[in-house]
Design a protein around this ligand. Structure first.
Ligand code: 13P
Length: 241
């Protein structure tokens, strides 16, 4: 059975005060949420400690937005696995397109971060997906196969989540057609050695399209940006029909 994972990626949004305000508005919405759904919040690093304390004993799991491959060292601006696990982090996003696009992340660094995360028993969420130009020139499939091949060298597929996030659908309101997202996710699954890896869709997931997205047979969850920032909209997403 594949696990359903609904994760919010807060990117560079929310101070500690704002993150606690979010929890106050959000946590009660989980009373009716089926236990089978894993709920994950990935706030900025500065919020992790305070949210971890606040979530203690709740069903919501904590995720980080990146992890370095070394345990410690002279890597200004980076955060390591032991730093995350000490404060109760269980998941970590790796290779988000914004990291690849703006911060020089490559399939090689993504691969090192994935293996480091697993060595600390963190579950990495590997993001893959094509740009608009790559889609228009018919490169989607080849690009994704390459991202998976290079990214997953030596990675344990029994402690892994993959998120298909077409770059052109991120933050644009231009959601990938659900049948197309389902098709690409099927392609991703065909490249894996473990067919039970949960594969999420991400890119303009909203309260008004979540039901249709989750009705697709290949889609095991969502990675949500903008719509995870408001308690009401994220509540509607985790409580999809
Ligand atoms: P949006 O939901 O804002 O399009 O962002 C998606 C995303 O990048 C999640 O990681």
């Amino acid at each position: 059975m594949r696990k359903i994972v609904i994760a919010g990626n807060w990117k560079m949004y929310k101070t500690q005060t704002e993150s606690l305000e979010f929890l106050q508005g959000f946590m009660h919405s989980l009373e009716e949420t089926p236990d089978s759904r894993e709920i994950v919040l990935c706030p900025p690093f500065t919020d992790l400690g305070i949210i971890s304390k606040s979530l203690h004993g709740s069903r919501v799991q904590l995720g980080a937005q990146n992890v370095h491959w070394e345990d410690y060292g002279a890597y200004t601006g980076e955060i390591s696995g032991p730093m995350l696990t000490e404060i109760g982090v269980r998941y970590v996003i790796v290779g988000h397109s914004e990291r690849r696009q703006y911060f020089g992340e490559t399939d090689e660094t993504v691969n090192k971060r994935l293996k480091a995360a697993q060595s600390y028993h963190l579950t990495p969420i590997l993001c893959v997906g094509e740009s608009k130009q790559q889609r228009d020139t018919g490169e989607t499939e080849a690009l994704i196969v390459t991202q998976l091949k290079k990214g997953l060298i030596g990675v344990d597929q029994h402690n892994l989540i993959i998120a298909y996030e077409p770059i052109w659908a991120i933050g644009t309101g231009d959601t990938c057609e659900t049948k197309e997202a389902n098709r690409v996710i099927g392609l991703i699954r065909s490249q894996l050695t473990n067919p039970d890896v949960p594969i999420q869709y991400g890119g303009s997931v909203k309260p008004d399209n979540i039901d249709e997205i989750m009705a697709q047979p290949e889609i095991d969850g969502v990675l949500v940006g903008g719509a995870s920032l408001q308690p009401d909209s994220f509540a509607r997403i985790v409580n999809y029909q």
